[in-house]
Design a protein around this ligand. Structure first.
Ligand code: ZN
Length: 173
């Protein structure tokens, strides 16, 4: 009985709302990003693609995109992902991520200086977190998870077991 309870708790960290991509895939348009940032996004895509689920991010000249803008302080947001539709259990049609160049990232944006508060934010970690929202994973209460809502500057994170459990739950292999 005790071991069953522990298993249930482990599985309760990540959160989903039943929305999914048809065909377990999403093509992203990266063409408006600086080339070095495109490479970082590709690495973040590979991170999720290697998580052992059926889901696959690809690059494609469509309307799903990762872009960057200076959004000001934006309540401390480093990035934001919006997906359509918002209805529970729906099949997703579109998703977009905005990276907020108000903040300073590593590697830096070639043209935007970015507000400096100590160490820059790790761009690949921020992008991988936002791609998790594209999947549609919600915030996790597991502090070690990529999908935890708070990212200290300078911290690099990869997928935790919780993140892997989340994507595998959504897109079972
Ligand atoms: Zn988030």
């Amino acid at each position: 009985m005790i071991s069953v309870l522990i298993l249930l708790l482990v599985n309760l960290w990540y959160e989903v709302d039943g929305r999914r991509w048809a065909y377990a895939g999403c093509g992203l348009n990266l063409t408006t990003l600086p080339p070095m940032w495109q490479d970082i996004v590709r690495q973040a895509m590979q991170t999720w693609n290697g998580a052992g689920s059926t889901f696959h991010f690809d690059e494609e000249a469509g309307q799903n995109s990762v872009v960057c803008f200076n959004q000001g302080r934006w309540n401390g947001r480093l990035g934001l992902t919006q997906s359509v539709p918002q209805t529970r259990d729906a099949l997703l049609r579109r998703a977009n991520t905005v990276l907020n160049t108000f903040w300073q990232f590593d590697p830096p944006h070639p043209d935007e200086v970015g507000a400096q508060y100590g160490v820059p934010y790790d761009l690949q970690t921020v992008v991988a977190h936002e791609l998790g929202h594209m999947l549609v994973l919600k915030h996790s209460t597991d502090e070690g998870a990529l999908m935890h809502p708070v990212l200290p500057s300078g911290l690099q994170k990869g997928l935790s077991q919780d993140d892997v459990d989340g994507i595998r739950y959504l897109y079972r292999s």
